[in-house]
Design a protein around this ligand. Sequence first.
Ligand code: 5GP
Ligand code: MN
Length: 320
Amino acid sequence: MKTPGKVLSAFRRDARFLIATHINPDGDAIGSSVALACALEAIGKKVLVYDRDPVPKIYRFMPGHGKFRTDIRNMLKSDPVLVLLDCNAPDRAGLEGFSFRSSIVIDHHETESDFGDIRWIRKDAAATGLLIHYLIKALGVALTRDMAENLYTAISVDTGTFRYSNTTAGVLTASAELVKAGAEPNVIAESLYETWDYKRFRLFLLSMNTLEKKNGIAITRVTREMFRKTGTKPEDTEQFSNFPRKIDSVKMSAMFRELGGNQWKASLRAKGAVNVAAIAETFGGGGHRNAAGYKTEGDFACVRRALLQAVRKLEGDKKT
Ligand code: 5GP
Ligand code: MN
């Protein structure tokens, strides 16, 4: 994949950048941001890295995650160029209401806005980390071990560690280059998948016990009461929504996390032909074909019914 010339010249031209990524950052968001920050620093740029939310505990094995800051107002003082990664609208990064002298967007999400002076959006890319890998090579920066570990983690998270349909020959070739540069697949896989603390596992059990299956849709929830009971936090639910998809008759998993005040965050995961980005978009959210999310309001019975109706409607639309 070729990095567009205007993306390269934008990075070469300016001296100060603010890299920002989506709220509730995942491995792709974090790895892409840190690797790009390291590469830009290697060519003498000043770089700040922002997320509205702190780096979740399960991603703190990633080298350089300490570059992330949450104090946006201080960061704006140097008038940096905004680099929005792994999302394409300022509100996804908690940046609505702030203005920047110019902006670069690098993303791979299905749901798109028209924000950004320079946009590189490849829906066919498995991960933003893959785009950053190509960008770093095009900038002529030598790949360090830290960059490789971040990018390999980014690609792992967004491909389900090379299991999803976005795992192409190009993904495996890029990942092999990252392994040659020092990323250790077994260490990263263990850090991602075998390090839950006991509290988190208890929360997982409570949430899986709410499982309901209807027309191939698995619905689970995580309530504030469960967090309280187990002493856990919302970030501890990362990966939970993937589990009900293991059931052979399930084509879609929907997990509702209670935010309080009758608000819920839905995490959708699909298998096969279901397009969960389209479902999430009907509720003002978005994402990818096989992983998407949205925020919604109402009591649980209400939000559950609304989801089932939306799925039925989209399936009906497809048939007609
Ligand atoms: P998760 O369920 O892990 O929060 O998110 C799954 C995917 O959907 C991620 O790629 C995430 O960026 C995207 N996503 C989650 N919630 C939203 C949302 O409210 N709006 C949009 N546009 N994307 C979302
Ligand atoms: Mn991503």
